[in-house]
Every structure is written in C-alpha cells, then in structure tokens.
Design a binder for this molecule. Sequence first.
Ligand code: EPU
Length: 446
Amino acid sequence: MGVEMNERHDFKLILAYNIGVAKFLIQGDRFLSGEIAVSGAKNSALKIFAASFLFNTPVHVKNVPLIEDILRLKELLSAVGVRISNTGSKEFALEAPENANTDLDKIITKSLRASVVLLGPVLARYGKVSMQHPGGCVIGKRPINFFVDGLKAMGAKAREENGCYFFEAKKLRSADFTFLAPSVTATETLMMASVLADGKVILRNCACEPEIVALAEFLNDSGAKIKGAGTHTIIIEGLGTKARLTARAPFEVIPDRIEAGSLLILGALLGNPRGGGLKIKNCRPLHFSSLTAHLEAAGVKITRGPDWISVSRPKKLSAVDVKTGEYPGFATDLQAPFVVFLTQTDGKSQIFETIFDGRFEYINELVRMGANITQCDPHRVIIFGPSPLSGREVKSPDLRAGLAFVIAGLIAKGTSVVHNVYNIDRGYESLDQKLAAVGADIKRVS
Ligand code: EPU
C-alpha cells in the first residue's frame, strides 16, 4: 500500500494495515542504472512541523516527504489542535491554535521518537506540556534527560509519573546550558523553546546537523534571533513569552542526506558501469561527505555536482574502517547500509558505532544471508569480505536496517523477502517505486 497523504488516515487502522502485512519481494543480483530523485528530509520536515507552534501565521512547508512518520506527526499535531491542510503536491500549511490540548497523544508519542521535539515549542507557547516517554526505532537506550535538564535550566518545572513527563513554565528564562553530549533533537527542542524565552539562552556542546541549521535559518527568516546553528555553541536572544514568529516565505525541506547516502551505497554495489551507473539527483553531496570519503577510500569512483552525485560499481572494492559520529562525522543512520557494502569489500573492516548502543540488531539476519560478521560488543563489529549473499526472509528491526536489508536483497543471489515494510515506509518515500525505476526487481506485496 502506498501512502496517500490527501486521504484521511486513522492511526490505528494504518498500523493494523501495515505492520507485519506489507513486505517486499526482491530478486537480487542485477545491475542498476538511471536517475533517482531524493525526497525531502524526514528529520528536517518533522522539526519544521513542530516549529509551527512558535508562529502567529500559517507555516507553509514544501517538498515534504510522503512517509509514515509525517503522517504520525500530522495525527499528533491535529490532536493538539493544529490545523493542517494539504496545499499542493508535497505541500502543507500548518496553523497552531490559540488554545491547545497540551497532553500529547500517548499512542503516537510512544511510536514516534521525533514527537519529543514538541516539548520545546508547545511549552514555550502554552506554558505546559505532557508526554509519554517517546518511542520509535529500537536502536538502544534513548533517554530524554537532556531535554528535561535543559528545560529545567530555563525555569520549567518538570516531573515524571509512570513514564509520563509533565512540564510547566509560565515563562522560560535566560540560561547558559551545556549538553552532556551533542544531541540532535535536544538541540532543536531547546533552540525552539528559547525563541520565546525572556532573555538570552546559550546552548553549548550542541549538535551541528544540517537539519538544525535549516531549522534555525527558517526561524530567523521568520523573526527569531539565533546565532551559531551548525556550530557547537548556539546563542538565542529570546523574543519573550508573548511574541510570535511570522512566516514570510514557505520553507522548502532540504534533501534527505540519509536517503541520498543509502542510494549512493547501493550505486557503489550495483551501479552498472556500462549503463552510466546510478545518478542521485536533488541531493546535497556536502551533507554526506564523510560517506563519500569512505567510499572513495574503498576504491569507489564518484562524480558530483552541487545537487547530484553519480556512482557505479568499480572492479575492486577494498575494506575500510568506520567510526560513526556526530555531523560532519559518519552518520549513524548510514551505518547499516554501509555494513552491507563492507560485506562485498576485500579484507577486514571494523565498524565502531559510537552514537547508539543497540544498532546492530540486524547483523544476525545478514549473517543468515551469508555475511561473515563478528560482533565484538554492543558498539563494534568486524566484517570479513567479500562474501556472496543469498536471498532470505528477513524482518527489519528499524528504519535504517530495513533499507540495509533491501540493499542486501538486491545484491544477493535469489529471492529475498523483507518483512515489516512499515518500518521502511516510516522514513523512505516510495522506495520500491524509485528502485524499480532504475532496474531493481522489487515488489510490494500486501
Ligand atoms: N541522549 C541522551 N539523552 C538525551 C538525548 C540523547 O543520553 O536526552 C544520547 C542518545 O542516547 C545518543 C546520543 O545522545 O546516545 C545522541 O542521540 P541524539 O539525541 O542525537 O539522537 P536523536 O536526536 O534522538 C536524531 C535522529 C536520529 C539520528 C540521531 C543521530 C531525529 C528525529 N532523529 O535522533 O534519526 O540517528 O539524531 O544523528 O532527528 C532515524 O532517522 O532513523 C534516526 C534514528
């Protein structure tokens, strides 16, 4: 089932329909060639939707990826009282209400990690917010202590009861807060909360991801005073509790660097050198330069322009070690697809996953497909390659591992079945259709 955004969706119905029902059937071992256009970034669009609470005007968002996580957030925001309308192809307008239901929907927050970013803007605008501990992909411990500590530093009262967090603040005040570690969503949440604070907020040891920069630029274009986004120190001159931002132009969601990077990995494995390989369009290669550096170190030849990148399979692929890290380091969200790549390289590679402690759940399934991988501890695996893979039935434990299984199925000999396609639809728009258009034999079966 594809996702039709202009239909009315019932959350529970969608879950019942998708989880465990839809699967991909893949016939592997075929070269691919042609062009694929990357969609808007999930992890940017979600935050811009959340930012709508800071505005007294509708916020128009273009290039929104038509994915399940966006549907979930739409459901969540509608329950709070936000009016959301579909204003064109991949375009939405969001208007926050004067009075909101600030108890965030339990079921949705438990299934969508990104719902945590609502804490900042909802608290800043309405003076209170409550939510269950946010869920989402099972990739290790995902605490929210940075959010709680940061909002408390800005004067909020916070308490937790049976896994539900309650925050209150008539107004948020100036603060100088240092994150224990750079966190993408915590940086975004506190940055948004600070926009309506009384006074100056300094956030130190911030994450630097492009999605944070895009959010800050949009807020600044709408009247916020944020300096330093994209560096480790962000300084926000709060406009005051009563102030609101005014959207002057639509926000165009930046291209999804994780989708682009994953397709690049696929092209390095299966891009047909005789057919021009894979050209990935509508992307910003500078946003995933750590990946391209690693692919080049493994012997892959890449050509690129400002908004496209092109790749095909070289004769020989060599092993390369990888350590994931905060931007501009190697993105943890590309780790699973890159492990699939390393199963085809010559020699021994080590992956050191530094961000999450549960992001190797998919390794056993790859081993069942024929990969030679040893897990040393929750953060490190060693891959011995090259190993031919054979088609198997696999079930994706999370979004990014789901795409890794699709890539594994496409390079494997025989038929693979990837179950739990809902996990893939959460973050990738029409993946099966995009891949089929460049020659992949992939079918969605419900
Ligand atoms: N952390 C804490 N306490 C907190 C928050 C984070 O200890 O209060 C720790 C985490 O456990 C982790 C580290 O800080 O060890 C960094 O995690 P971060 O907070 O940066 O992750 P996130 O904000 O929850 C976002 C993306 C993830 C992406 C990571 C890292 C969104 C909605 N999610 O998560 O994307 O992997 O940054 O880049 O922006 C995905 O899209 O599949 C995905 C998981």
